[in-house]
Design a protein around this ligand. Structure first.
Ligand SMILES: NCC(=O)N[C@@H](Cc1c[nH]cn1)C(=O)O
Ligand SMILES: [Zn+2]
Ligand SMILES: [Zn+2]
Length: 492
């Protein structure tokens, strides 16, 4: 093996990058096959598809020569009383050379729901390339990036080149429903993490056209609020006007959570939000963010805030409350004249440091009970927390951030922006807290990829350049890690 940092080693990396370019059609075809699996973790009817997707992923890692453990995750108890199996999780490892750095890659291969009726231009499960963009569910979140990691490794194998780092994988199939059971899996497998040096997640997007490294995410506290008036739905002509309608109660509650300026009206909810320091305030100045482009790609003309600083702060370091939907409500086409008997409102709060889930749960429950009490309604009210994912902020001085910066500079020719993300990686903080290892997010998705939205995509360019980025990251990291070990040895 050649020592890293030599010209010959640079030549090896250049060969790898060229190979990735030359094999890009194959890599796109592989993504098409993965995206054809409707691995929607939120739909109990599609649970077997998530399991199938986990098995496909495990096989792929096995063909890389990896040691793969498929971990049974038990059963999920649904709110209707049924139990269905959770998809298994994958723990895998590739290479085990004590002289090399060990990187653990975490990703997920489940997806958000998608159907053509929601307004997709193309079939969400039949990847379609239009103008250099690969459209379909899971393109960017998270099948594309997971495959890009695998392709970066496969390229080393195909060229019979030594992979400069040891690799571990933790891949799951329930991230989109808040990663239930995964924290316990990590806690029960601390031995697996004992020789890991760096944990990397590639499950978010850049903020602009400029590549970025992500060092923070918001958390998510997801609530169900259930109002029940009786056993069955009723005719609104025969009963309308003489009963306390569950839907009216629920709509009143939902209307009393957040005001029209985006301010959450739940008492105490902002109490624990970390104060903005002078140092943090300065960080926003240099971040590339085009407000008009952001509006264009979201399809929204007017945001709640006007400046870059306000927008980034409200995405990264302020909580937000979103009302997602109402289960049990009439939502079809037509004019059904029904009074729904039981409706479940769903909303979530993206929380930020230093908010705490138990406190948020108490504040939300008390507030909803107080609002409901104003109605003097005889209906039954239930409030429950279904996901409690915590926010995460990392130390950007960790060595792997430097390696990733170098890799971005090599592949994209620019120094990446250091950003946070308004969305949630339920396990990011868990990884850090339980393993005490450095955690970094290395995104390859574009700002306009439309995660969770209709017409989700990843551009061919980001997918292929992203694959090169991962390959370069292995090389940059191995150089810096080696320097670090040498420096430590010299000190002793
Ligand atoms: N790409 C990350 C992502 O989409 N994460 C989900 C995780 C989640 C949070 N609550 C339920 N799932 C997100 O919505 O942020
Ligand atoms: Zn994701
Ligand atoms: Zn997602």
């Amino acid at each position: 093996m050649l020592p890293f940092g030599t010209d010959a080693n640079e030549k090896h990396l250049d060969d790898i990058l060229s190979y990735i370019d030359e094999h890009q059609d194959e890599f796109v075809q592989n993504l098409k096959e993965w995206m054809a699996v409707p691995s929607d973790s939120s739909d109990p009817e599609l649970r077997s598809e998530v399991t199938r997707m986990m098995n496909i992923t495990a096989e792929r890692i096995k063909t890389l020569g990896g040691n793969v453990e498929i971990v049974d995750m038990g059963f999920e108890k649904l709110y209707d009383g049924r139990s269905i199996p959770f998809p298994p999780a994958i723990l895998a490892e590739l290479e085990k050379d004590p002289a090399k750095a060990t990187v653990c890659f975490y990703g997920h291969v489940d997806v958000q729901p998608a159907s053509k009726e929601d307004g997709w231009k193309t079939d969400p499960y039949n990847m379609t390339e239009i103008n250099g963009n690969l459209y379909g569910r899971g393109a960017t979140d998270n099948k594309g990036p997971v495959l890009a990691w695998i392709h970066a490794l496969e390229t080393h194998k195909s060229l019979k080149q030594d992979i400069p780092v040891n690799l571990k994988f933790i891949i799951e199939g329930v991230e989109e429903i808040g990663s239930p059971g995964l924290a316990d899996l990590i806690a029960g497998h601390l031995q697996f993490f004992s020789d890991v040096d760096y944990i990397v997640i590639s499950d978010n997007v850049w903020l602009s056209k400029k590549p970025a490294l992500t060092y923070g995410t918001r958390g998510n506290a997801y609530f169900f609020v259930e109002v029940e008036s009786g056993q069955k739905d009723l005719h609104s002509g025969t009963f309308g006007g003489i009963i306390h309608e569950a839907m009216r109660d629920l709509v009143y509650i939902l209307a009393n959570l957040v005001d029209s300026s985006g301010h959450i009206v739940i008492p105490g909810i902002y109490d624990d939000v970390a104060p903005l320091t002078e140092e943090e305030n300065k960080l926003y100045e240099n971040i590339e963010f085009d407000l008009e482009e952001h509006k264009n790609s979201s399809g929204v003309d007017t945001f709640l805030y006007k400046t870059k600083e306000e927008i980034l702060q409200h995405l990264w370091r302020q909580p937000s409350l979103t009302i997602h939907g109402i289960e049990g409500a009439f939502s079809g086409t037509g004019t059904k004249t029904v009074i729904p008997s039981k409706v479940i409102g769903k909303f979530s709060i993206r929380q930020v440091p230093n908010m705490r889930i138990p406190e948020v749960e108490k504040q939300v429950t008390k507030h909803i009970e107080d609002v409901f009490a104003r109605l003097h309604s005889p209906n039954k009210l239930k409030v429950y927390l279904t996901i409690g994912a915590v926010p995460w902020v990392a130390n950007i001085d960790d060595l792997q951030y430097k390696a990733a910066k170098n890799a971005v500079t090599k592949v994209f020719g620019v120094i990446p922006d250091m950003i946070r993300d308004g969305s949630t990686i339920p396990l990011a903080k868990t990884f850090h807290d339980l393993t005490q290892k450095s955690v970094m997010m290395l995104p390859i998705g574009g700002a306009d990829d439309g995660e969770h939205s209709q017409n989700e995509k990843i551009s061919r360019s980001n997918y292929i350049q992203g694959t090169k980025l991962f390959a370069s990251y292995f090389h940059e990291l191995s150089k810096l890690h080696k320097d670090l070990i040498d420096a430590k040895q010299l000190k002793n």
